[in-house]
Design a protein around this ligand. Structure first.
Ligand SMILES: C[S@@+](CC[C@H](N)C(=O)[O-])C[C@H]1O[C@@H](n2cnc3c(N)ncnc32)[C@H](O)[C@@H]1O
Length: 401
C-alpha cells in the first residue's frame, strides 16, 4: 500500500490500533524486567527466545520480522511488515559538484546529504534554502551550490564558525547565524520565501520548524526527523488532530524505541557495548540483593575506563556510587556469567519489542505529516536512503496547497 496523501490518515489509524492493542508487548523493556509480563501469556515464545544465544539475537536485530519464532511472533511480524511498508521517494540526478565540497564531511553523512538532496522535488524552484540546525551547513551548501541563497541556523558557536569558514573557502555566499531555534527570536528567521530543510534535527527542534514554517507560510519544506525522545516535556505532545485524539500516550522511554535499531558497528565497539550491558545486568542482580528490593535501579552512564576495572571492583564502585551497602564476599565469576546470560535473554526478548519499532516511528512521522496537511500543505512521505546509510531514513516533503 503506497502512502499517498489521501491515505495518510487511514494508515495512521491502522498503526494506532495496532500499537494500542499490543502495548503490553512493546512497552516493558526486557533490560529492566527480570521477567516480562507477557511471558506468562506466551510461554512457548518466551522459552524459545530465552534459549537462543547472543549471536542469534545480533543476527536478527535489524530484521526481527524474518525470525521464525512461535506465535504470536509470526502473526505480529506480518502485521508489522504490512503496516510499515513505505516506498522510497522518487529521486533525480544531482548536478555534479566540485569534490572539495565533500572533503570535510564524514563518508556516511555525505551519503545521507546526497540522498536527501536527490529526493527533493518541489513544484516551485527554491530560491533561498534555510538549513535548520545545520551543524556546519554541509546539506545547505550541497543544495545551494547552483547559486540559490542559503541561511544556516545553528546554536553551537564552534559549528557556526566552522560553517562560515567552509562557505568562505568554497566561495559561497551563505549566511551562518548563531541561533537557538527554540528561542522566541527564531520566528523572525523564518520567511515565506524560504525553503526550510532539516536533516536529523532532534525531537523538539524539527517540530518547532514545522510550526514556524507553517505560521510563516513557507511554500515548501523537507524534514528527516530523528531523536523523537529529545523533547522538553515528559510525554509526547501529539501534533495532528488524529494524534491528539488517540489514546496512545507515549513516554520518553517509548519514544526511544524507534531509535533502538543500530547500524552495524565494528567488532570492537560491539564487544565494548555488550560488556557494558552484561556488567549492568549482573550489577542489577546484585543491587536487588543488596537493597532487598526486587526492582530495577537506574545507574548513570559510566566512562568506558570502568570496563577495564576487574568486575568485582566495578560492582563495588558502582554500589558505592549508588550509596548501597558494600557487597561483601560474592562469587564474582558466577555473577559475571549471569550478566552475560541475562544479556542473551534481553537481546532475544527484545526482538518481539523490535517488531513495533518501525510501526511506532511511522506513527510519529504520520502525526507530523497529518499536522502539516491540517496546516494546508500537501504532504508526501517516503524513505530517502537505505537503512544502513541511516536508520532515520524517512523524509517528509510538504508543499503549500
Ligand atoms: C544531529 S545534528 C544534525 C546536523 C546537520 N543537520 C547534519 O545533518 O549534519 C543536530 C544539530 O542541531 C544543533 N542544535 C541542537 N539544539 C539546537 C537549538 N536549540 N538551536 C539550533 N541548533 C541546535 C546541534 O548543535 C547539531 O548541530
Amino acid at each position: 500500500m503506497p502512502l499517498h496523501p489521501t491515505n495518510l490518515k487511514t494508515r495512521f489509524l491502522a498503526l494506532d490500533a495496532f500499537l494500542l492493542a499490543h502495548q503490553h508487548l512493546w512497552r516493558p523493556k526486557p533490560f529492566t524486567h527480570r521477567q516480562l509480563p507477557w511471558e506468562a501469556q506466551h510461554p512457548e515464545l518466551s522459552t524459545w527466545l530465552r534459549q537462543r544465544s547472543l549471536e542469534d539475537a545480533e543476527a536478527a536485530h535489524n530484521r526481527p520480522e524474518h525470525l521464525d519464532a512461535p506465535e504470536p511472533f509470526a502473526q505480529l511480524a506480518r502485521q508489522s511488515t504490512a503496516l510499515s511498508e513505505i516506498d522510497a521517494l522518487p529521486t533525480h540526478t544531482l548536478n555534479a559538484i566540485p569534490s572539495r565540497m565533500s572533503v570535510d564531511v564524514p563518508g556516511r553523512k555525505w551519503q545521507q546529504i546526497e540522498a536527501f538532496a536527490s529526493s527533493l522535488s518541489f513544484r516551485q524552484t527554491p530560491t533561498h534554502w534555510l538549513d535548520w540546525c545545520s551543524g556546519k551547513g554541509h546539506l545547505g551548501r550541497r543544495l545551494a551550490h547552483d547559486g540559490q541563497a542559503l541561511t544556516c541556523l545553528e546554536y553551537d558557536p564552534a559549528l557556526v564558525e566552522s560553517g562560515r569558514q567552509l562557505s568562505d573557502k568554497l566561495g559561497m555566499h551563505a549566511t551562518h547565524l548563531h541561533q537557538d531555534v527554540m528561542a522566541k527570536t527564531a520566528a523572525d528567521r523564518v520567511d515565506a520565501h524560504h525553503t526550510p530543510v532539516a536533516l536529523h534535527a532532534c525531537g523538539d527542534l524539527h517540530v518547532r520548524l514545522m510550526q514556524l514554517a507553517s505560521d510563516a507560510h513557507c511554500q515548501q519544506l523537507a524534514i528527516a526527523p530523528c531523536c523523537y525522545n529529545r523533547i522538553a516535556s515528559d510525554h509526547y505532545q501529539a501534533l495532528s488532530n488524529e494524534g491528539r485524539a488517540s489514546s496512545l500516550k507515549l513516554s520518553l522511554d517509548d519514544l526511544g524505541l524507534p531509535l533502538s535499531e543500530t547500524v552495524t558497528a565494528g567488532a570492537r565497539v560491539r564487544r565494548q557495548r555488550d560488556t557494558s550491558m552484561a556488567r549492568r545486568l549482573a550489577f542489577d542482580v546484585l543491587q536487588r540483593q543488596l537493597r532487598g528490593i526486587d526492582d530495577y535501579l537506574p545507574t548513570p552512564s559510566l566512562p568506558s575506563a570502568w570496563l577495564d576495572k576487574p568486575f568485582a571492583d566495578y560492582c563495588r564502585d558502582l554500589a558505592e556510587l549508588k550509596q548501597l551497602p558494600a557487597p561483601g564476599p560474592q562469587n564474582w565469576p558466577a555473577l559475571e556469567a549471569t550478566g552475560w546470560q541475562r544479556l542473551a535473554h534481553v537481546r532475544n526478548l527484545e526482538l518481539l519489542r523490535n517488531l513495533f519499532r518501525r510501526p511506532l516511528e511511522l506513527w510519529l512521522i504520520l502525526d507530523r505529516a497529518l499536522y502539516l496537511q491540517q496546516r494546508d500543505y500537501e504532504v508526501r512521505i517516503g524513505t530517502f536512503c537505505a537503512s544502513h546509510v541511516t536508520p532515520r531514513n524517512l523524509l517528509i516533503l510538504a508543499e503549500r496547497k
